[in-house]
Design a protein around this ligand. Structure first.
Ligand code: NIG
Ligand code: FE
Length: 391
């Protein structure tokens, strides 16, 4: 599946053999012309596709948000819980006191679960440390967990995730800490910088200062934008040349227009939308404006405890209105694009040997819709990550 290869939006090819060599794709074509291979996998009756790219997660944390889940079910809003010092801040407390071995063990477990469902590339944000040493540790743990599990990890510094309790009456002092103390220490461990701009979190102005500073150090920009309230963060992201603006439930026409002009990718997070009972983002208007659509799990312990990327893809269709093709591209090529990577998320000669073999629903034909129709029912037969068969 590579939009530039075969038929239709997904670039479908039928009856081909794919040969991998080391961590690369060596050949795609008729079986008769395929170079000999040491090991063969029969994918007859199945679909071979790129490994999934989960381009927005918060996969390194400790502690539990089970009690908060109950409160939200009872109707207490997510932003109110955060303003009271719970939510993200309760995970910060648990994460700060967990220690590196526990954080690594927990992250490895989560990445293994994602990988078993077909994720071969994942973006992981910090943001549960909110002080220099723990922020750096979270990014180190993210990379180490990726190495242990054998999947590609991109890291994002999210020191601007919440204002810590101790800085509630002096938020400017926290912004200064992010700029002057956190950023210089974490930058060597981060590929990107992100900021959560919303009610109860950071203002557009605070976020912009932090993102600009990160960008100045060579980090790609991505933004948690327009999730709970409309702030203008998406237009600001576009102005900064951000790779992506994520969430977008509350984006307006001006934000959409700015994203389209800047080529900023919309990362849709249907897990968070469902758990927070938010209205869907205006997918029709984003599509019409030509804003590329990516889909991710937003895996985190609070707003989106989603460990199955296929569930995110299905929810993107049924609660946000994506087509089957948009959802599949959103979890592959568009997800990679959102990470500034133009080779992952595609099966292409010379590209990474990150591929999946997925079976259609039992008794049904091999068609793309079979991959997303059943909520949590997608049958991933084989995952090959970096050329290695995952068992
Ligand atoms: O993407 N919105 C802010 N950040 C995360 C939530 C993290 C949490 O609730 O712990 C999100 O939804
Ligand atoms: Fe998030």
């Amino acid at each position: 599946m590579d939009p530039s290869l075969g038929e239709g939006e997904l670039g479908r090819l039928d009856d081909v053999t794919v040969v991998l060599s080391g961590a690369r794709v060596l050949f795609i074509g008729p079986d008769a012309e395929a170079p000999a291979a040491r090991q063969e996998l029969d994918a007859t009756g199945c679909l071979l596709m790129p490994g999934l790219v989960d381009c927005h997660t918060h996969a390194v944390w400790a502690g539990s948000r089970g009690k908060e889940f109950r409160r939200r079910l009872a109707g207490v809003p997510y932003s109110q819980i955060l303003e009271e010092g719970g939510g993200i801040l309760s995970t910060v407390e648990a994460t700060r006191s967990a220690g590196e071995p526990t954080l690594t063990e927990l992250a490895v477990d989560r990445l293994q679960r994602l990988q078993a469902r077909g994720v071969t590339t994942v973006e992981i944000k910090s943001g549960y440390g909110l002080e220099p040493a723990t922020e750096r540790l979270l990014l180190q743990v993210a990379k180490e967990a990726g190495r242990r599990v054998g999947l590609k990890v991109f890291t994002t510094f999210l020191g601007a995730h919440a204002i810590p309790q101790a800085f509630r009456s002096n938020r400017e002092a926290y912004v200064a800490q992010v700029l002057e103390e956190q950023l210089p220490i974490v930058a060597p461990y981060a590929d990107f910088i992100d900021a959560y701009i919303d009610r109860g979190a950071f203002t557009v102005d605070e976020g912009e200062r932090i993102l600009r500073a990160g960008s100045g150090l060579g980090l790609g920009v991505r933004v948690h934008a327009e999730q709970v309230t409309h702030t203008g963060a998406a237009a600001m992201a576009a102005r900064l040349g951000a790779l992506s603006a994520d969430h977008l439930e509350q984006i307006d026409a001006e934000g959409i227009d700015a994203m389209a002009k800047a080529g900023t990718i919309a990362v849709l997070l249907p897990g968070a939308q469902a758990y927070l009972k938010d209205a869907p983002p205006p997918v029709g208007a984003l599509r019409e404006a030509g804003v590329p659509l990516a889909v991710a799990t937003d895996l985190n312990p609070g707003s989106s405890p989603v460990l199955d990327p296929w569930i995110a893809a299905t929810l993107a269709c049924i609660s946000m209105g994506l087509t089957v093709e948009e959802a599949l591209l959103g979890m592959t090529a568009r997800g990679a694009d959102a990470l500034g990577d133009s080779v992952r998320g595609r099966v292409r000669v010379g590209g990474p040997a990150d591929v999946l073999v997925v079976a259609p629903p039992r008794g049904e034909p091999v068609e793309p819709e079979g991959l997303v129709q059943y909520l949590g029912g997608t049958r991933v037969r084989h995952v090959i990550a970096e050329g290695r068969l995952v068992d």
